[in-house]
Design a protein around this ligand. Sequence first.
Ligand SMILES: [Fe+2]
Length: 337
Amino acid sequence: MHVVLLVLISLFFCCKAYTNELNLFTSRHYPSDLILFEKFEEKTGIKVNLINAKSKVLEKRLLDEGAKSKCDVLFLADAGALYSAEKKKLFTKYNETRPLKLIPSSLKNEYWIGVTKRARIVFYNPSLIDYNEIKNFSYEDLSNSKWRKSIAIRQSNNIYNQSLVASIIEHKGENFTKKWLNKLVKNFSRKPQGNDRAQILSVAAGESKLAIANTYYYALMLSGKKGEEQKKAALKVKPIFPNQDGRGTHINISGAGILKFSPNKKNAQKFIEFLLTKDAQTLLCNSSFEFPIIENVPTNKLINNLKNFKEDIFINVSSYGKRQAQAFKLMKKAGWN
Ligand SMILES: [Fe+2]
């Protein structure tokens, strides 16, 4: 009798543990995300098991494990990375419940959904360039011979750059982009190198006049989390949001999707809905300095000071993924190392 009871109890706990788990693969690396996952556990009783690695590593593991994979949600930065996983048939469609309906259609597709936003913008040094000279700046202007040997940008293998170039192809076509790239590489102030923050540092030091970087790196530097020197450098530069009097500034996402072989699909759906709540958005954005994807989310002032600009909502972010290989080929051909 006791043995039967014990078996029943252990079966109950075994199944309970199984249905109340969520296995999350994420390329995000912010300690405060852990607080967020604890909140989800508190709210729902669903335990979050986390695997953190670069997106390509996570993608490879999911492909290797195939149907044996226990992972439920894949959470990645850049629409291009999400598209790559989608093309490998790793996702299943999510349910477009109310919180997911709120996300603009340009920032999701049927397999994955934007969770936070970021913009890839231009930074200039106001001691070298007058604001009036640059106030109506566009991405197209980056190829102007006026900026010869002036622009700091990272290498062509960087996914953020590939997404930006993909958006130019999407808007202006391949021929325009080819010509634009050929002139742009002549405007590089140095051989592309380093991360986004390194480009901002180059402008702050006066080595370059313009830098291309994502908004959250600038806010991260201003926050002082990367040290006093980087904070001082960030204070020396100013952001310019390109194409404000036209289609708007290039916008990208970090986003998540439910995996095809997920054993806990209901929990996965719940988790994505949770990420889109105001509380979760505040925590996500205050740790990464990205922009919230839903309206009226309280965030810290480093984000608030940046977030009011016209976004390019004319193309779906998934087009970046579709055109990334084409973009990379053109960038290489133009001599962008
Ligand atoms: Fe980044």
